[in-house]
Design a protein. Sequence first.
Length: 396
Amino acid sequence: MTACPRCATETTLLSAQGVAGCADCYRYLSHAVEQWLQQWSLPLRHEGEPLPETAHHLTAPPASIKPDAFWLHSLQPLQVIISSRTRYARNFVWARFPWCADSAELEQVRTRVERAARLSSWRFAISPTHRMKPSERQRWIDLRLASPPLRDNTLYGSLIVDEACAVSVLVNEEDHLRVQAILPGLQIRESIALARAALEALALQDELAFSDNYGWLTTSALNIGWGLRVSVMMYTPAIERMGQLQTVWQAAAELGGTIRGLYGEGTPASALFQVSNTHSIGIDEATVAAQVAGTAQFIAQAEQRAREQLLLTQARQLHEEVEQVYHNLGRERTLRAADALQMLSVVSLAAMAGWGHLTPEVWKEMLMAVRWEAPYDDAEWRAIRMRTLVRQVRNG
């Protein structure tokens, strides 16, 4: 049995899970990597070159930024394509991946990335997770600029956000470094350009693990290659109500996209979900962007058709259902996230049919109130918040 001489990750573990312990694993266990890629019918070679090096630039000290998100600013009620996100995953050559690194390595990773952010020409706010209040960490997750794994890494994690709150850098999450950009609507190419610019601004390229065979090396073999994940957040209450979600999702898969929950693998996917690429090895960035955009547009067209059909056949029923939702909220003391999303669908579709007055501000707060990934039970708070917001819509 072959094992990496540095971290002792065994070939059997790599071929079963698609993860390795360090950058050396991809060199010493290359045969196992190729077996794993073949298992998923993925290309065995990377196409493309690493990003060019970028010079360091001194800048003013980073400012403190309160939780906010650029993608929310222009959000409108009933918008089908909500946002576009690009994320690049990277790892240092001198440290093992976070899942098997020791405390000294994780601390060194955090210190190195935070220093790079301070030296960058960008104006970043740096927030180590151990200095953030639980409510602040959760708010960044609600805004999609942080993730549950980063929130839970209270010792060695760090969140770095640009002053526009469009770019965030997640340190010591699943990979050492995850740089993501989120823009409103369907702006995949623009989000790719922004995320690449932020990655270049950190000027860490010469320290990051890159293989001529596999591309950028990541904890999960599904992310090697460009280390690129492109996703579009979508809201399709009409398709869900018509019972067509699974059919539409299957058709989307045939177009090259995959469906994930709001916070990625393992989180619930319902009327609010992400469309993303399946892998980034053996495929260039432009093709990834085109596949995800085409899939999102296909789903958006299906949602528009479903909404038109609902307006013709169920307008009165929607008015009756939303009134029942309103009265039920007056009696409920707790509200689960899944139930809140169902109520959100009824309210939004009823508003489309002329019930109440749904403003952009109230709509944004409703989306934030769902809170799939709170670390504690938010059921009482959610019930109170949704009751207040639905009342505002009803009273106009």
